[in-house]
Design a protein around this ligand. Sequence first.
Ligand code: NAD
Length: 368
Amino acid sequence: MTTYKLLLLPGDGIGPEVMEEVSRVIAWVNARGHAKIETETDLVGGCAYDAHGQAISDAAMRRASAADAVMLGAVGGPKWDGVAYDQRPEAGLLRLRKDLELFANLRPAICYPALADASSLKRDQVDGLDIMIVRELTGGVYFGEPKEIKDLGNGQKRAVDTQVYETYEIERIAAVAFELARLRRNQVHSAEKRNVMKTGVLWNEVVTRLHQESYADVTLYHILADNCAMQLVRAPKQFDVIVTDNLFGDMLSDEASMLTGSLGMLPSASLGATDANGHRRALYEPVHGSAPDIAGRGVANPIATIASFAMCLRYSFNLGETADRIERAIAFVLDEGYRTADIAQADCRTIGTAEMGKTIVAALDRIG
Ligand code: NAD
């Protein structure tokens, strides 16, 4: 049986509460002999600042680099509002993304049938929805130089952000999208603004060439990013994989995720390059934050974090069948009418964080 090393970084607020439920699922995976997952736990975010004066220690970074994958809960909270910019809790997350070179952010938008009525769209538009947004995470306008505000000396200022992409950055993110599509419904929409942006022209050119050279079996569509935003609320089920840059991906992934209901349901993965041994650096985390308003009350929804762990099994540990089973167990529990407070519905049973974790683990055996 293969042994995998997983670093757990529960973080702040509800992070440790939802990570506890992942530990319960890991214990099930180990006990049923699907794999041997060895875990280590370390600090990130505000709790790391309290302990070490920095949002992630060098020792924790070394552990993250050595692990087969990293699972993160959430960071931040009002307690650290006054902390210097470089040491704020989010700096821990940014360092992980930067030092592990996690250039591909995967955000699935899945609508569980039991929750379709909670969407702001009509049930028939979202029931069974399953989109994967692949966002470039380390380049583009958030990082391009120059990035500055200049005082023009005449009572005016000029602010500049720079959108910049090089061929290799577009190639590697597009390759991730095509590979994912092959595991899904074999269709990629590449979203950019080639009509008004040079980076869009290059993006389109590189994706087209890569498709012809290496992924001609995948159906590729080019779509303008603004049209993509409209189509996501008009007819979202037309999409399988959407690949796009950092800025458009930020917007489109938030838009798509809200088609499916609560923040407490949304997983994510951030992937890096594959090394010579075929090992790909990866960080898995829920989309939500540390939810200080409900932290410590045992009511947080652990499904986003458990679903992030399922992504870890699929993309880092090559345990796709176990990942499928966890996702089916989540759907089963929702079908049975179990809900946490954030997704509470009339005629359903509202349960707490730990009970939801235990109910999902029980379902893992029941669905067989
Ligand atoms: P948030 O995601 O923490 O919470 C937004 C709302 O959603 C809150 O009402 C919260 O109770 C609810 N919510 C979030 N996750 C939930 C869950 N699993 N179950 C039930 N309800 C849930 O966003 P925020 O309030 O804007 O930010 C709070 C803190 O988290 C801030 O310090 C922010 O910087 C940080 N943050 C961290 C991350 C991260 O760690 N990746 C992401 C976003 C925000």
